[in-house]
Design a protein around this ligand. Structure first.
Ligand SMILES: Nc1ncnc2c1ncn2[C@@H]1O[C@H](COP(=O)(O)OP(=O)(O)O)[C@@H](O)[C@H]1O
Ligand SMILES: [Mg+2]
Length: 309
């Protein structure tokens, strides 16, 4: 596969914007090709969300070292919206509500921006089907298909983005955006968290239906249960800002049986992570709360509104 079909991450170091000396990610090497599903698993606070945010250009983080390439572009030089127009997509762990903006307008604007492409030229007019755009009718059809795929009520189209949504509904809206925008490299940050088992199955079926040779997926998850539904090609364990082990699906099964402790110790990490079993039962509710588990660090994210994908 030629290099422009792969997301290539080389020796990526990332720190919070205000504290460039305290690196959260300390040298990530990762390659994800189109058509591949890579799972990233790791204890809380290991840097999974930081990786997702750094890849999309979240302003709260700085890349202190390393490179990211995709489609023959230096991703780190691009603004988040350009990354999105280049086919990168992030499904947020904690999606933000945008009161006043309807789901349909939001997705249509995003789709129009994506259709314009990264190097806008005067030839494409997203509102004109004859010039690379999509008609209102085709857009509605696409939305209807996506709602059906994710078993969501079409009434969501007129509701405000994430306003008053349950945790499970927020995660489904992320998948709805993905279904309509059809990214080529999707980063899904704990899309399984906060879902009860039925919602998990629906979301997983939706993702499986979206998988195709033109889509690469970086599936970030704390628990292996999602991997019972979506089969990864590769599983990576992220700990203390590094990928400490990569393997096949059996690695996820080992994590479920043993917890993170043994693998982290093998990697020479003394950690406060307990050997908690990872086969965590169904999330306690759909209200968007994380299942509680021991965590060495707080979750330091402020979730600014309006980060482009
Ligand atoms: N903007 C930030 N400022 C300071 N510390 C942060 C920031 N974002 C994340 N961190 C810290 O970096 C570590 C990794 O966080 P995160 O990437 O959210 O981990 P994960 O998603 O694996 O749970 C945590 O200790 C977290 O508190
Ligand atoms: Mg996270």
């Amino acid at each position: 596969m030629s290099n422009d079909q792969r997301l290539v991450i080389r020796d990526l170091h990332v720190a919070p914007f205000g504290h460039p000396e305290t690196e959260i990610l300390q040298g990530i090497d990762l390659e994800v090709g189109k058509g591949e599903v890579h799972a990233i698993m790791g204890p809380n606070g290991s840097g999974k969300t930081t990786l997702a945010y750094a890849l999309m250009g979240h302003p709260a983080y700085v890349v202190t070292k390393g490179e990211v390439h995709w489609k023959d572009r230096d991703v780190l030089k691009l603004t988040p919206d350009k990354r999105g127009r280049l086919g990168l997509f992030l499904a947020f762990q904690y999606p933000t509500a945008i009161p006043g903006l309807s789901v349909a307008s939001f997705i249509r604007s995003a789709l129009n921006a994506r259709l314009l492409g990264v190097d806008r030229n005067g030839d494409v007019d997203p509102t004109d089907p004859a010039r690379g755009g999509i008609s209102m009718r085709d857009f509605r059809t696409k939305m209807r298909e996506a709602f059906a795929l994710l078993k969501m009520d079409e009434g969501f189209a007129t509701r405000y983005v994430n306003e008053g949504f349950s945790g499970g509904e927020k995660k489904r809206l992320e998948m709805l955006q993905m279904a309509v925008l059809q990214p080529e490299m999707a980063i899904m940050d704990e899309t399984d968290s906060g879902l009860d088992i039925d919602a998990l199955r629906i979301v997983a079926e939706g993702v499986n239906a979206m998988l195709n040779p033109e889509l690469g997926v970086l599936l970030i998850t704390h628990y292996q249960r999602l991997l019972n539904y979506i089969t990864p090609d590769v599983v990576h364990v992220l700990a203390a800002g590094r990928i400490v082990k990569s393997g096949g699906k059996d690695l996820a099964i080992r994590l479920e049986e043993e917890g993170y402790g043994p693998i982290l110790r093998e990697a020479g990490l003394e950690t406060g992570v307990s050997d908690e079993a990872l086969a965590v039962p169904i999330a306690p509710d759909e209200a968007g709360h994380e299942p509680s588990h021991p965590t060495a660090h707080g979750d330091g994210h402020a979730e600014p509104a309006g980060v482009a994908r």
